[in-house]
Design a protein around this ligand. Structure first.
Ligand code: PGA
Length: 252
């Protein structure tokens, strides 16, 4: 399976910085990995243009979508419109959405189904807090997030599902999970998917996220159940993003 490097730019970048990102980007055509970026919604078009004009093979997606079709939902972004302008994926359930914006399991499940109905791929994010890990609850928390968040998913839309395991204590902290910790969680996620979903559950790509950077990517991406990385801070610079893609490509 091709490995994935997915940049989550969060609420960062200016137009000038996006231009510099593309100038520094060094992705050759023979790279054998998926390179995706989720910029702020208002930067989706500039990133699509930057990628197209420089023939860079970057696919673009959203960090969040509305669970609603269209209409009077001021400030929201519709999945259909995102698909229409060229997005291929969206994140759903990032821990910042869960904690800062109080998005609960039921809402995330609606967003997941709505995005899939518009043929957007979904990177569904799960992960435990430090306290939950210390109390030995990691497995139970991940399973609960999967069973609530993926309710109603069937084998027909499994091919558009990607899971990102992002331990909350590792996001933006510089404290990365060890390859063994990450692999253990990914194996538990894989086992749950295979036991609970039919069809191609064993093929669902599983990404690790949380303080990934070029210097620690190889150890993580070489684990057998880690199919890629969801990267925040280190995805903002073209050089780091390219270095991550090269590491992923070698391990694909
Ligand atoms: P980070 O963010 O790489 O800056 O830790 C990862 C994420 O939140 O997806």
């Amino acid at each position: 399976m091709k490995k994935y490097i997915v940049g989550n730019w969060k609420m960062n970048q200016t137009l000038g910085e996006i231009e510099t990102f593309f100038k520094e980007l060094d992705l050759t055509k023979d790279l054998n990995c998926e390179t995706w970026i989720a910029p702020q919604a208002l930067h989706i078009s500039p990133v699509l243009n930057g990628s197209a004009s420089q023939s860079k093979c970057i696919f673009v997606g959203a960090q969040n979508i509305s669970e609603n079709e269209n209409g009077a939902f001021t400030g929201e972004n519709s999945a259909a419109s995102l698909k229409d302008i060229g997005c291929i994926f969206t994140l759903v359930g990032h821990s910042e959405r869960r904690t800062l914006y109080k998005e609960d399991h039921a809402l995330l499940n609606k967003k997941l189904h709505h995005a899939l109905s518009k043929e957007l791929k979904v990177i569904f994010c799960i992960g435990e807090t430090l306290e939950e890990r210390k109390n030995g609850m990691t497995d139970a928390v991940l399973k609960y997030q999967l069973s609530e968040g993926l309710k109603g998913i069937n084998k027909d839309n499994l091919e558009n599902l990607i899971i990102a395991y992002e331990p909350i204590w590792a996001i933006g902290t510089g404290e990365v999970a060890t390859p063994e910790q990450a692999e253990e969680a990914h194996r538990a996620i894989r086992d749950w998917l295979v036991a609970n979903l039919e069809g191609a559950a064993a093929e669902v790509p599983l990404l690790y996220g949380g303080s990934v950077k070029p210097s620690n990517a190889e150890g993580l991406l070489s684990q057998s159940n880690i199919d890629g990385a969801l990267v925040g801070g280190a995805s903002l610079k073209g050089k780091d993003f390219s270095d991550l893609a090269k590491i992923a490509s070698q391990l694909s």
